[in-house]
Write a protein that binds this ligand. Structure first.
Ligand SMILES: Cc1cc2nc3c(=O)[nH]c(=O)nc-3n(C[C@H](O)[C@H](O)[C@H](O)COP(=O)(O)OP(=O)(O)OC[C@H]3O[C@@H](n4cnc5c(N)ncnc54)[C@H](O)[C@@H]3O)c2cc1C
Length: 807
């Protein structure tokens, strides 16, 4: 066995092999995959092999779609049978909301490139003459997916990888992993040790134990799932054509043809079964493990499948597959760097890993090799979870997701499992005032305030809280509003080398003026956007960095891993130590003057300045910035003082008409100012040039991460720009992932949108070729299957000169 390799992948299931194949295909053939048993002997071999392309997330849809383009070709490429059946799939809608959901995915399909049609019950019965369509409004017919023999497909990728030079070592368990002083890793296995530059945890149901060797939490729960195979069915024998894979919310089940038999998989709704492997763990020796059939939990779903497909009713069951696979709290896989470690990667946590294996492998290989992938991987980055995602949280979320597998989650719908995980001291107080919370990386954040007791009627369209949000926006624009945004990621970067360090890691120059605030971005080595910080200079050697809640782990790593050993810099994550109130609106200064003796005048405290001040008797950091575009301050204080300060702010604000506002209003107000969001617009697919944000890059200050690549980019022709558009939409706004059209040609994709309540316009950002980003250009955006006119705006829809912020 090799004693050195560039990459060691632990685990020979669909995920690990999918990665190995793509690393080799891109040129990294010095790669060893170590598997404790036979390839596929974990969760892969027993899977039902379905590869859906109906995915409502733009980036996940790309992962799935890529797999569906590779799998049909593998057999010819390698000679290994893969059992690919390109029979397509049909998913049922039984409610108008589900139909809207289909329309949303239809737009994603147009962008990503998989074929999808919304068809009526009659057409469904033409394609599958055996299904009853009672209560079915429509079907989403995806024509490019199918099912595969998972073992054959995985082995085909393994053969192809071997042919390109990769090495596979079977029947060799990895027993430990050690970091080496030179930055390499030592992978300890039964057949010897391998020293390598990169380690990948592709251990499937064992991934959490592999993570524990290097001290990282892998948020997975391993759950059982069952499908049944019937004896051959006459109707299938008599017919040449295969029915598509049916996905049915009525039964929470999938069903299809398996050769001439029926195959039925049920996601039981009741949450009573114990999660597998909660105590003690699966034996390391386990291989090709299945469990005894458990009929009771799946009977309700099975009965409904029989109603739908009466030809199944009289067929005997010849096989029950009851196996385990891992699930994460949000059901997306874990693809990317392990938190806190250099060159240690996750390629695990996949609950639909057959469908995802190749796509995940392709884009993760790019990330490992080039420092960034060509798609936005924020939604699968393992660092989206923190210590809050412990076993209890993970298990609760995973169970909930499993039982709701085909049940639509509507925009605005909040599900209870695992909550609240992270709260600010104001949580209960605001809840009592009507706050409706939404969750972001564990944090509970007010989304809107129900002052009259109303409940949101969740929808893809504008809902019954539209006017409530308008009121919250009005309060901020006309009076003063307050928002608890304690979820901000907060770092203190201090020390004699802090300034030089930040100037080396970030693209902008940090302020040389005490109290100066700048927006600064971390870039990848390829010059793409990796992170965004608001950097305030506190004093000679101290800087306060604010960034998006979701970036906490990522940014902590970016700062720590970029620090040189000899740099005198201390990096401290103080996210949970400080609470944050956003106070904004034209009456804001008057309000603060009542509870603070600080000089808040424009002369002493201009826009883009931070100062230590006393407000309501509490010393805090006050920053004259906000993301709503009004006169305002962000108040950052010791978190145990948050409630007292909030009370004082509220008491002082009543005479000015103070109001609480939430994330819905924040989104509307920010969109009016054309503010981008990290992870949505500011993503690793683009550089600061495509984002039109070169003014936040300082090339003169000397070298910084990504500088040369960005200079190179300046000389190249751009493929994308972000256009800011006004959309002629009356009932539904852009959500992200909608296609933009010039005639019948798809020319771009939206990233986000919102209704601007002050300017009374539906606003959105669209990634388009540069020619379409010119102000005044018109094209169409398809929202929920309807084309709407879009016009590119020259600048922010609200206060383009920033008079209000400077007021
Ligand atoms: C009944 C059932 C049906 C399913 N149907 C579908 C489907 O239709 N479509 C779909 O997309 N998904 C399906 N899935 C899910 C799918 O099986 C998994 O998502 C997928 O197999 C995960 O692949 P993996 O490579 O991450 O894990 P695995 O296949 O489990 O691979 C991990 C490998 O790591 C090895 N390993 C672990 N620890 C070590 C170590 N220390 N040293 C060496 N090797 C180690 C294991 O032996 C194992 O082979 C189904 C799951 C179940 C239970």
């Amino acid at each position: 066995m090799k004693s050195h390799a560039r990459v060691v992948i632990i685990g020979g299931g669909m995920m690990g092999v999918g990665l190995m194949y793509h690393l080799a295909a891109e040129g990294w053939d010095d790669c060893v995959l170590v598997e404790k048993g036979e390839l596929t002997s974990g969760s892969t071999w027993h899977a039902a092999g379905q590869c859906p392309s109906f995915i409502a997330d733009y980036n996940m849809a790309k992962i799935h779609h890529y797999s569906n383009t590779l799998y049909p070709r593998l057999e010819q490429m390698t000679g290994q049978a893969t059992g690919w059946h390109g029979c397509g799939g049909i998913r049922f809608a039984t409610t108008p909301e589900e139909l809207d959901y289909f329309r949303l995915v239809e737009g994603i399909a147009a962008n990503v490139g998989f074929r999808m049609q919304i068809i009526g019950p009659e057409e469904i019965r033409r394609i599958n003459p055996f299904v009853t369509t009672k209560g079915v409004l429509a079907g989403a017919w995806t024509l490019d997916d199918g099912h595969v023999d998972p073992a054959g497909c995985c082995n085909a990728m393994a053969i192809a990888a071997r042919n390109m030079g990769a090495t596979i070592v079977r029947y060799n368990r990895v027993t430990d992993i050690n970091p080496m002083t030179n930055g390499e890793w030592e992978v300890v296995s039964e057949k010897g040790n391998i020293v390598c530059e990169h380690v990948v945890n592709a251990g499937g149901c064992y991934a959490d134990r592999i993570g524990a060797w290097v001290g990282v939490n892998v948020p997975i729960t391993n759950l059982k799932h069952q499908y049944l195979v019937t004896e051959p069915i006459k109707e299938f024998i008599d017919r040449d054509q295969e029915i598509p894979i049916m996905r049915d919310p009525y039964c929470n089940a999938y069903y299809r043809q398996e050769q001439k038999s029926g195959l039925i998989g049920i996601y039981e709704r009741s949450n009573t079964r114990e999660a597998w492997i909660e105590t003690g763990g699966q034996a390391w020796e386990a291989e090709n493990e299945l469990f005894a059939p458990e009929y009771d939990p799946i009977m309700p779903g099975l009965e409904r499948v029989m109603e739908r497909m009466p030809i199944f009713a009289n067929a005997g069951i010849i096989r029950v597959v009851n196996g385990a696979s891992p699930r994460t709290p949000d059901h997306n896989p874990l693809l990317g760097p392990a938190p806190g470690l250099r060159n240690f990667w996750f390629c695990c946590g996949a609950s639909i890993g057959i469908a995802q294996g190749a796509g995940a492998g392709k884009y993760l290989a790019q990330w490992i090799m080039h420092g960034a992938s060509e798609i936005n991987m924020v939604g699968v980055d393992p660092r989206r979870f923190g210590s809050f995602a412990d076993k209890v949280y993970t298990r609760a979320k995973a169970h909930q997701g499993y039982t709701h597998m085909y049940l639509l989650r509507l925009p605005g719908e909040e599900r209870p499992a695992g909550r609240p995980a992270r709260t600010s001291p104001l949580y209960k107080k605001l809840q009592a005032k009507g706050a409706v919370y939404t969750e972001a990386i564990g944090w509970e954040r007010p989304r809107w305030f129900s002052l009259d007791g109303r409940k949101e009627e969740w929808s893809f369209r504008r809902s019954n809280v539209f006017e409530v949000v308008a009121d919250e926006c009005r309060a901020v624009r006309e009076r003063v509003g307050v928002l608890d945004l304690s979820s901000f990621t907060k770092h203190d970067v201090t020390g004699p080398d802090a300034e030089a360090f930040l100037n080396r890691v970030l693209a902008n120059r940090v302020s040389r003026r005490e109290g100066g605030i700048v927006l600064a971005h971390g870039l990848t080595s390829t010059g793409h956007i990796d992170s965004e910080y608001t950097v305030t200079r506190l004093d000679d050697e101290g800087f306060y960095l604010l960034s998006a809640a979701a970036a906490e782990r990522r940014n902590t790593d970016q700062l720590n891993l970029n620090k040189e050993d000899d740099e005198q810099v201390t990096i401290k994550n103080i996210t949970e130590e400080l609470g944050t109130l956003v106070l904004a609106g034209p009456r804001c200064r008057e309000l603060l003057n009542k509870i603070s003796s600080a000089d808040l005048s424009n002369e002493h405290f201009p826009w883009l300045t931070g100062k230590k001040v006393e407000v309501a008797g509490v010393t805090m950091r006050a920053l004259r910035i906000n993301y709503v575009g009004e006169l305002g301050w962000e108040l950052h204080m010791p978190i145990d003082q948050l409630e007292a300060v909030y009370d004082s702010v509220w008491a002082a604000g009543e005479e000015f008409g103070i109001a609480d506002f939430g994330m819905y209003a924040l989104s509307s107000l920010g969109k009016e100012k054309a503010y981008f969001a990290w992870g949505v617009e500011l993503i690793n697919e683009i550089t600061m040039i495509e984002a039109g944000m070169e003014r936040f890059v300082n090339f003169e200050k000397g070298d910084f991460v990504g500088r040369n690549a960005l200079l190179e980019r300046q000389r190249e022709q751009l493929t994308w720009k972000i256009a800011y558009v006004e959309v002629a939409a009356a009932d539904a706004d852009v959500r992200g992932g909608e296609p933009a059209y010039d005639g019948e040609k798809v020319i771009g994709v939206t990233s986000s949108g919102a209704f601007g309540h002050t300017v009374r316009k539906s606003l959105a950002f669209v990634f388009v070729p540069p020619a379409y980003a010119v102000p005044g250009t018109a094209f169409e955006i398809e929202i929920l299957s309807r084309r709407r006119q879009a016009k590119v705006l020259a600048g922010p829809a609200y206060d383009p000169e920033n008079h209000r912020l400077r007021s």
